[in-house]
Design a protein around this ligand. Structure first.
Ligand code: DX5
Ligand code: ZN
Length: 223
């Protein structure tokens, strides 16, 4: 059985102590740390940019895995700054640009020595990303409309996770299937059953009374 990767989202952390919060996630057993970058255009919120990502990299050291989720327009223009800031994985949105730009950017991310990811919003059909799958390290199936933490999980997106898992099996692929938004011990079960292997969780990890226990519970959730 595939290992489940838990990626707490820093969006739910205490921003006044961001370095400590990033270290707390790894000390509590996080596999990856998820960094939600929002530009106020692609989504209706502004979070943080490359300078904060670089500060987080400095706080956690070289070995810790930083998963940068770019909810921005012009990922082609900005991704290089996140490479410099120390990202290990850069995910861009299928809805952010034309397919030519998406294709070129996915390739350029890999050429920069970083893993690539492609995210789809709840309203975007699986067919919109199918052609990219052979060229991806990760597919992110959004389980909320991106922009804010603390929203409710949308079960309707699970069908896309199932289709991605079917594709993965048919192609004997090592594609990571990530889900993000409203994930807790209840919804995690459905994500894993549908074939997801990377779970992003903000509120249910950073805001838990015991973060280590919350991460452990998410990881051990099985259908
Ligand atoms: C939403 C972000 C998520 C968010 C998840 O736009 O992409 O990563 O932080 O937060 P929770 O787990 O609280 O739904
Ligand atoms: Zn995210």
């Amino acid at each position: 059985m595939e290992n489940i990767i838990i990626a707490p989202s820093l969006l739910a952390a205490d921003f006044s102590r961001i370095g400590e919060e990033a270290r707390r996630a790894f000390a509590s057993g996080a596999d990856w740390l998820h960094l939600d970058v929002m530009d106020g255009h692609f989504v209706d919120n502004i979070s943080f940019g490359p300078a904060v990502c670089a500060a987080v990299r400095q706080a956690v050291g070289r070995g810790a895995f930083l998963d940068c989720h770019l909810m921005i327009e012009r990922p082609d223009h900005y991704f290089g700054r996140f490479v410099k800031a120390g990202a290990d994985l850069i995910t861009i949105h299928a809805e952010a640009a034309t397919s030519v730009v998406i294709n070129d950017t996915l390739q350029a991310i890999r050429q920069a020595g970083v893993l690539n990811g492609l995210a789809i919003n709840p309203a975007t059909p699986f067919e919109a990303v199918e052609t990219y799958l052979p060229h991806l390290d990760l597919l992110l199936v959004m389980s909320v409309v991106p922009g804010f933490g603390g929203q409710s999980f949308m079960p309707s997106v699970l069908e896309k996770t199932r289709l991605a898992a079917e594709w993965k099996q048919n192609h004997d692929s090592r594609l990571n299937i990530q889900m993000d938004g409203g994930i807790n011990t209840q919804t995690a079960r459905d994500c894993i059953a549908a074939g997801a292997n990377v779970l992003v969780a903000g509120s249910s990890t950073f805001r838990a009374t015991d973060m280590a226990e919350a991460i452990q519970l998410l990881r051990s959730t099985r259908s």
